[in-house]
Design a protein around this ligand. Structure first.
Ligand SMILES: Cc1cc2nc3c(=O)[nH]c(=O)nc-3n(C[C@H](O)[C@H](O)[C@H](O)COP(=O)(O)O)c2cc1C
Length: 326
């Protein structure tokens, strides 16, 4: 068992969070992660109005009595949701934690904290980590270049981001990007993190409701089968190397404009992948950790396996210390 400042603050058993994921993090997955002792985080961008968010939160509460979180997405959007209203719902429903991401959470910090909710802000730059702490974030998640979703534009990896953040902050730090097993958890704790935020690995679970073709593609994929796209419009995402992703990447290399890219990158375009299972036709965020995933597991199997492997790794390291220290 690994008890950290973050597990204590969040009231969870294991220092493992499933970050909010658009298209992925709905009630069934969120509840399964929390029920297995981690913290599941609902993606409010999938339920962007008061009624649908409330319904989904109530569904989670019918599936688990354990703490869970909600992601409030602050990334630029064509139709931005009314985040104040969504946070109000979280307060009314007694949500334990809110994960914000995408830009500074400044205008929502007071509302979240007055509502008694733990604020986790997720960043890709150390300067944003420091800002988040100064604004009152209780926990800061920091992600590295290998992550699925939006990696740092400056390409700094998790191995560097985490110790920099741990040195710079007083609040607990969570490590995200490239973590999918017990070795990754121990490495993150050794770097100074108080826990991990994982995304990609939770997509290959039975409780995850995504199309089975995507899960099969994840199991087949190697670590080299992802590509960062949309760097040219400063909205970089690491995605699975599908036909569409390669097309977008190549168009960017040739200097395509935003207007030229938009028909390919609009959310609706990828619906055929997410809903119809036409994987090659979508932009599917996925991290390099995909190379470590060899089968679909239950969420409990995944989390228990990570914790057991991490305990074995720590025992192995202690043994190493005794042998070499003699
Ligand atoms: C399919 C997918 C969708 C994601 N959507 C979001 C999102 O909407 N908001 C967000 O803050 N992070 C999002 N992320 C990032 C994850 O919450 C998490 O930080 C990241 O996956 C951790 O890196 P890993 O994939 O290497 O484990 C997404 C990641 C994936 C794989």
């Amino acid at each position: 068992m690994f008890h950290t400042k973050a597990t204590k603050m969040l009231g969870i058993e294991h220092p493992i969070l499933c970050g909010g994921m658009m298209w992925v993090s709905e009630a069934t997955l969120v509840a399964a992660v929390s029920e297995a002792g981690g913290l599941g985080i609902l993606a409010s961008n999938m339920f962007p109005d008061r009624k649908s968010l409330q319904r989904e939160i109530q569904k989670i509460k019918s599936l688990t009595k354990k703490p869970f979180g909600v992601n409030i997405n602050l990334f630029p959007a064509l139709r931005p949701p009314n985040n104040q209203e969504l946070i109000e719902v979280c307060v009314e429903e007694g949500v334990r934690a809110i994960e914000t991401s995408g830009r500074s959470p400044e205008e929502y910090v007071k509302q979240i904290k007055d509502g008694g909710i733990t604020l986790i802000h997720k960043v890709a730059r150390i300067k944003d980590a420091k800002k988040a702490e100064s604004l009152g974030a209780d926990i800061v998640g920091v992600i590295g270049y290998e992550c699925g979703g939006a990696p740092p534009m400056d390409e700094t990896t998790t191995l560097i981001q985490v110790p920099l953040a741990a040195d710079a902050l007083n609040v607990p730090v969570l490590a995200g990007g490239g973590i999918g097993d017990g070795r990754g958890l121990v490495a993150a704790l050794a770097l100074g993190a108080s826990g991990v935020i994982m995304g990609t690995a939770f997509m290959a679970t039975e409780e995850c409701q995504i199309h089975h073709n995507i899960k099969e593609a994840i199991v087949r994929a190697q670590a080299t089968d992802t590509v960062p796209v949309l760097r040219s419009i400063r909205s970089m995402e690491r995605v699975l190397k599908t036909s569409l992703a390669i097309r977008v990447y190549e168009m960017e290399q040739k200097g395509a404009s935003f207007e030229e890219l938009i028909p390919l990158i609009a959310g609706e375009k990828s619906l055929t992948a997410w809903q119809g299972g036409e994987v090659e036709e979508g932009l599917i965020p996925l991290g390099q950790v995909v190379g470590l995933i060899s089968r679909v597991k239950t969420v409990k199997e995944l989390i228990d396996g990570i914790v057991q492997e991490a305990e074995a790794v720590v025992r192995g390291l202690e043994g190493l210390n005794q042998r070499t220290g003699a």
